[in-house]
Design a protein. Structure first.
Length: 429
């Protein structure tokens, strides 16, 4: 739990009836070295020493949090989807095998041999493509490649870094009975799949008593000519028939994976020229990045679904009952390394939020922090601030974002010993 999510957790219906207790700190879960057994022991120590009743253990982060929740739920008698269903989402190769059994909306894909000196793309998978580990979040170690030279360079980088998440993931795989096609794959496998094109969109939903419900569709807009998010915007501007197709594909794959009493967030691409939908990935949790957006537009953060499911209550969200018609989460980024300067204080952030209604700001780096040392960044950029804006239309969202960025004054300087031209390159795109 962090301060930003505590605020949205405390905005859910019946929040006065809940008592939220942090179990593990973000820095414990996002370090360079991850030991799932050690984290589980630490979590059990906190739970065993708690002198109250444990009604639920919940989380909204990817691995290792996503896989720890069902393991703890089994021991402490709380509600959770099965560990198998979570791993079928988190393991990108296994997830593709499950998806293709029930839908056609998947790209060509295949495993990559990391042990050979001259790796080749999987048979039938064409350039341009993405190369990524079986387990990855925030696009860590995920590379877009256009030819064999770039492919092999990406595989080299993945080979060097895959053990950070792959090794602890193998501990989780050892806790479940794997099907024959997965028994020899393991957690440190590399996956290649053809690049998807079109408009990126996210579908949020939950499974309750066997019924799969989609409660929201959001647009994901990238910085021009990049794969890095500029903003998530809710509600989606896609036509209703397209949104229903997205919802139906989501329902089919979630049923196939076997989730229950769980939230999910599924990312897609929609090509309006071809009318094609392709599934990018399934996340076995709702997106905490969208909590404020649902609160602004529907009147309740999507954390409500997670909490209600964990407590055996109705997880339904209200529809368009919020104070604004639309909302967005913006990612203010730099696309080269640098050192954060003029990082605003909490008081300065609060002043900007008060001056611009319908704005909330989450600054990522500390003063003087090297950007390349930030946790959970994609392979091409660094997140400097998250700006949430709400308004009557997209023009309002953009205007409030621009005003907030100008008021914050965040910038980066080149690291010591770096040419000044690098500092100029550290401006946001």
């Amino acid at each position: 739990m962090d301060d930003a999510n505590r605020t949205t957790l405390e905005a859910v219906p019946d929040a006065a009836r809940y008592r939220f207790h942090p179990l593990l700190a973000p820095e414990e879960l996002q370090g360079d070295e991850i030991s799932v057994p050690a984290l589980l022991d630490r979590a059990r120590g906190v739970l065993d020493s708690f002198d109250g009743r444990i009604d639920a253990v919940v989380g909204y982060w990817d691995f290792p949090v996503s896989t720890m929740i069902p393991l703890l739920a089994e021991q402490y008698g709380t509600r959770s989807t099965s560990l198998d269903s979570v791993v079928k989402c988190e393991h990108k190769y296994w997830s593709r095998l499950e998806q293709q059994q029930v839908v056609d909306e998947v790209p060509r894909f295949g495993p990559v041999d990391l042990d050979t000196a001259r790796p080749e793309p999987p048979a039938g998978v064409r350039f341009p493509m993405w190369v990524k580990p079986a387990l990855s979040y925030s696009s860590e170690l995920a590379y877009g490649v256009a030819d064999l030279e770039e492919f092999r360079a990406a595989v080299d980088k993945i080979r060097e870094g895959i053990t950070r998440l792959g090794k602890p993931f193998e501990y989780v795989l050892d806790q479940i009975e794997l099907p024959e096609e997965m028994a020899r794959v393991g957690g440190m496998v590399c996956l290649a799949e053809e690049r998807l094109t079109g408009l990126q969109v996210a579908v949020e939903g939950y499974v309750h008593q066997g019924a799969v419900t989609v409660y929201g569709v959001l647009d994901s807009i990238n910085y021009p000519e990049t794969s890095s998010f500029l903003r998530h915007q809710y509600p989606s501007r896609l036509p209703e028939p397209v949104q229903e197709r997205l919802a139906e594909v989501s329902r089919r794959v979630v049923r196939q994976i076997g989730m229950e009493a769980a939230t999910f967030s599924i990312e897609f691409f929609y090509d309006p020229g071809k009318g094609e939908i392709k599934l990018l990935e399934i996340n076995p949790r709702h997106s905490q990045s969208h909590a404020e957006l649902f609160d602004y537009v529907d009147g309740v953060p999507n954390h409500h679904c997670m909490l209600a499911l964990a407590l055996g209550r109705d997880p339904a969200l209200p529809h368009r009952a919020g104070p604004y018609l639309c909302a967005a989460k913006w990612y203010h980024r730099w696309f080269t390394d640098g050192v954060a300067r003029q990082v605003p204080s909490d008081e300065e952030v609060a002043r900007v939020e008060e001056e611009i209604p319908g704005v909330r700001i989450d600054v990522v780096p500390d003063e003087g922090q090297r950007l390349r040392n930030l946790a959970q960044q994609d392979s091409y950029s660094y997140e400097i601030a998250h700006i949430f804006t709400a308004g009557e239309d997209e023009t309002h969202l953009r205007e409030k974002y621009d005003r907030a960025i100008a008021a914050l004054g965040l910038h980066a300087t080149a690291p010591a010993g770096t040419a000044s031209s690098d500092a100029d390159a550290a401006r946001p795109a």
